[in-house]
Design a protein around this ligand. Structure first.
Ligand code: 7RM
Length: 632
């Protein structure tokens, strides 16, 4: 029996057992399904104190050879990628494996021609158009490290990420469409690049066809460049532990970190987890509605599906344009078999009533998935009953940018399913709960800090340019363990239910922000003395952003000030981090040592100011009463 395809609860049990008793044997057998230019000398070496983790050491491969070339002999004419545009009336674009292979090779040659070399970092700032998929794979083809920046981030946020990675090229577009909006993209890149001396090349895809200024030395239209290069490009041999990509993500302190994933382990785990969670079968149409700019899009729009020769869809638009039936129309139009989306989208569509979802057939669906944040029971039930029509297993997939792939989830219909529970860990994933003192809790029906005690192939290897930060953030709280930052419960049957972050990270519509990151943006305004940001429960977004702001001069308080603070955050991070509530306060609750007591601010933001608990350690308990009285 191959552990690569899990097709029953018994398969799962056997695979899980094998993966803990003989992890190296287990992963070696799975890795055999891929094309390696050179096989590994050792399957795994690891030390969580470094951390220093290596999978398939000294092996060589190229992930695009496994995503594309490997399928050409038998599946050259089968669909690899279907692109659905923002406007329902515009034609969809489809690529067979043969066509996608050629597009990627051409783009790869354009990169080479423009001086992008193996190991160089390339920032990709593109909307959800096919060139985003092609550009990403083109980087991987030549061994350049892609760093995709979600096209909703601001110029400043983009510049920070380009500079941290010292990217030499930026791949972008003229503009973009999103719902009823046409938005600039190249203009944002231009603004960012005023502060990015490392960038020598900008390649511009056409989407909106508006005129964009081009800098003669630096900027090229992709279409012109493509005409000048050959259509084949050999896949660069990469060491298994060479960097495949960097993806920036927010943590509780400082600027976003560049999470680094490497080639071999990421490939094996993205493929394995995709296959088993979604139970993809040949001929199925799979659709993940995420943006490729997030890890979900990396692993489960691009790499996971393509590694399994799947047909994967990408959608340019939003769930509510032209109306709240769009997702369901797309599912029917393409006869989607596996659909994967986020709780925030489910809640937003649920709020529009059942008429849209009831108009659709949705009879092609076999598995429906959820990712990004805890899914509340009401949304889970609606998704299960109205979208899955009570027929489809719901896979609630828990994982992180840092984990590279899905860690806890059902495997299609082959797992116990319980509303709002992610369920059991995948084979090879040794999740545990720790108590306050860092001791492993062995019993069930408990709650604790979610950690992982053994390496898995797609775990992060470092945070770019700062290995200490990786160690401090993930491997120091509970030495010998990877700490996720999440709290979780485990029920009597061992099923996990994720509660949410236990650190200063907030999750807004499935997007991660550090409270410190938003505070920094607020503090850019010279009139701000100090600010403190917390999350609060939000019906649609999961969490909303609540900002407490002390002004240098209280006379400035008012709606004009509020607007300009919102602008400050939009400028510093992007519209996705726009604060929902701003309360002007005369002071913040602080301990005698000067630490802001966020627990109190969170309670007030949640509207539970009556249960503040012990405030006796506060420097100035009086300020709490004033904040409570003015709470929004
Ligand atoms: C894939 C992704 C990671 C954080 C993670 C959790 C939360 C993600 C679920 C979830 C409950 C889920 N990567 N999270 N999936 N919480 N149930 N199924 O979202 O790096 O952007 O975010 O998201 O808190 O730590 S991420």
């Amino acid at each position: 029996m191959s552990h690569y395809y899990i097709k029953s609860p018994e398969d799962y049990a056997a695979a899980y057992q094998k993966s803990t008793e003989d992890p190296e044997g287990f992963w070696a057998e799975i890795a055999e399904h891929f094309q390696w230019m050179k096989k590994w000398d050792s399957v795994l070496s690891w030390d969580f104190d470094g951390p220093d983790v290596r999978w398939f050491n000294d092996a060589q491969l190229n992930i695009t050879e496994n995503c594309l070339d490997r399928h050409l002999e038998e599946r050259s004419d089968e669909l690899a990628l279907i692109w659905e545009p923002n406007e329902p009336s515009e034609d969809s674009i489809q690529f067979t494996y043969g066509q996608l292979h050629e597009e990627v090779c051409r783009y790869a040659n354009v990169l080479k021609k423009n001086g992008v070399n193996k190991g160089d970092r390339v920032a990709i700032y593109l909307p959800m158009i096919p060139d985003l998929a092609i550009a990403t794979l083109a980087c991987a083809r030549i061994g350049a490290v892609h760093s995709i920046v979600f096209a909703g981030f601001s110029a400043q946020a983009l510049a920070d990420r380009i500079n941290d990675a010292q990217a030499s090229a930026v791949l972008t577009s003229d503009g973009m469409y999103r719902g009823n909006k046409k938005l600039p993209v190249k203009a944002i890149v231009d603004e960012a690049l005023e502060h990015c001396p490392s960038v020598h090349t900008v390649l511009v895809s056409r989407r909106t066809d508006e005129e964009v200024p081009m800098q003669a030395e630096r900027d090229r239209f992709l279409a012109d460049e493509l005409k000048t290069v050959p259509s084949s490009c050999p896949a660069e041999p990469m060491d298994s532990e060479d960097m495949l990509f960097i993806l920036y993500t927010s943590g509780s302190t400082g600027k976003p970190k560049g999470v680094v994933h490497s080639c071999g382990g990421y490939m094996v785990y993205a493929a394995f987890s995709f296959q088993n969670v979604f139970q993809y079968a040949a001929g199925d149409i799979y659709w993940c509605s995420a943006d490729i700019g997030w890890i979900t899009g990396h692993s489960y729009i691009l790499y996971g599906p393509l590694l399994n020769a799947a047909t994967t869809m990408m959608f340019e638009g939003v769930p509510t344009y032209p109306d709240a039936g769009r997702f369901w129309e797309i599912c029917d139009k393409y006869q989607v078999n596996q659909f994967y989306t986020a709780p925030t989208a489910i809640r937003a569509l649920m709020a529009q009533g059942d008429k849209h979802v009831e108009k659709a057939q949705l009879d092609s669906l076999k598995v429906i998935g959820s990712v990004g944040e805890p899914i509340n029971e009401e949304a889970w039930q609606w998704y299960h009953d109205k979208v899955g029509k009570g027929r489809c297993p719901v896979v609630d997939t828990w994982w992180q940018t840092e984990t590279g792939g899905i860690m806890i989830s059902g495997l299609g219909p082959h797992s116990p399913m319980k509303a709002s529970h992610a369920g059991l860990p995948l084979p090879g994933i040794q999740t545990i709960l720790l108590d306050q003192e860092g001791r492993e809790i062995l019993e069930n029906e408990v709650e604790g800090y979610l950690c992982v005690k053994f390496p898995w192939p797609s775990m992060l290897r470092t945070t770019y340019g700062d290995h200490e930060r990786c160690k401090n953030t993930y491997f120091s709280n509970y030495p010998g363990h990877y700490f996720t930052g999440d709290g979780a419960k485990r029920d009597a049957d061992g099923l996990y239910r994720i509660i949410g972050r236990v650190d200063d990270v907030i999750n807004v519509s499935g997007h991660r922000f550090g409270t410190a990151e938003i505070e920094n943006a607020l503090n850019q305004d010279q009139r701000v003395a100090e600010s403190a940001v917390v999350g609060y429960p939000h019906d649609i977004k999961g969490q909303g952003i609540y900002a407490y702001v002390i002004l240098k001069d209280p006379i400035d308080a008012g709606s004009a000030m509020e607007n300009s603070l919102v602008e400050s955050v939009v400028r510093g991070i992007g519209k996705i981090a726009r604060p929902d509530k701003i309360q002007f306060v005369p002071g913040l609750p602080k301990t005698r040592s000067g630490k802001i007591m966020r627990r109190i601010l969170r309670k007030i933001a949640e509207g539970e100011a009556s249960s503040l608990g012990d405030t006796s350690t506060l420097l100035d308990p009086g300020v709490v009463e004033i904040i409570k009285a003015g709470a929004l």
